[in-house]
Design a protein around this ligand. Structure first.
Ligand code: HEC
Length: 193
């Protein structure tokens, strides 16, 4: 009876020691290993998948998902009629989310110089090099005059994204990121006549 204590101690020690394992490639025994407790079942992006109904691992994002940094642009741009209606609509519906701080205006100026100056000119009067050199035939609009300055931010955003109604200025939506379009607008406001 007196040895039972020692015996159980030895048994316990054996159990603990048997869990140690010299072979690093063998994980040893595991408890409920078959029930995803230790080993996650994972699927590679392009491997078939028994979990989803369409058997594909790669799933489309949920409908209506908006990617970080992007802004939905639910305005058709295909025809002149579309653009005329939607430019006005965007002017009413789209609100500039970027405050016109010194920083955003300075960034807007840099972006303007990259994307717009070549046509609209260094001080946005419509006298960019591409036009004055004769290489681009359509006269770019002056952006400092009331004609543009009285348009709401959303309309200018529309023009940058989808181009002008006539199509003489092409869309710049693929080059200029949504936030950058608003910064350019903040800059244009700061140089209004
Ligand atoms: C390739 C030359 C070119 C580039 C680059 C360009 N524009 Fe234009 N832009 C034009 C021309 C040409 C017009 C006149 C188009 C018309 O009357 O339909 C115009 C017109 C506009 C108008 C007036 C649209 C209206 O409703 O009448 C705005 C605002 C404008 N541009 C802003 C910009 C901004 C901001 C950028 C830079 C992101 C830019 N443009 C880049 C050529 C250009």
């Amino acid at each position: 009876m007196k040895y039972t204590k020692y015996l159980s101690l030895i048994v316990l020690l054996l159990v603990v020691l048997s869990s140690c394992n010299k072979d690093k490639n063998n994980p040893g025994y595991d408890y409920m290993g078959d029930h995803d407790m230790y080993y996650t079942k994972f699927y590679k992006a392009y491997s078939p998948n028994p979990v989803f109904r369409d058997s594909m691992t790669n799933q489309l994002p949920v409908e209506g998902t908006v990617a970080r940094g992007s802004m939905p642009f639910p305005y058709p741009t295909a025809s002149i009629g579309d653009r005329a209606v939607n430019q006005a609509l965007a002017g009413v519906q789209l609100i500039n989310p970027i405050a016109a701080t010194d920083e955003s205006v300075a960034q807007g100026k840099e972006l303007y110089n990259i994307y717009c100056k070549v046509c609209h000119g260094p001080s946005a009067k419509g006298d960019g090099n591409l036009y004055t050199s004769g290489l681009f035939p359509a006269k770019p609009t002056s952006l400092v005059e009331a004609y543009v300055q009285t348009k709401p931010d959303g309309e200018i955003y529309y023009v940058i994204t989808a181009g002008s109604i006539s199509g003489l200025m092409g869309p710049h939506g693929t080059q200029v990121q949504p936030d950058d379009r608003w910064k350019i607008i903040n800059y244009l406001r700061s140089i209004s006549k």
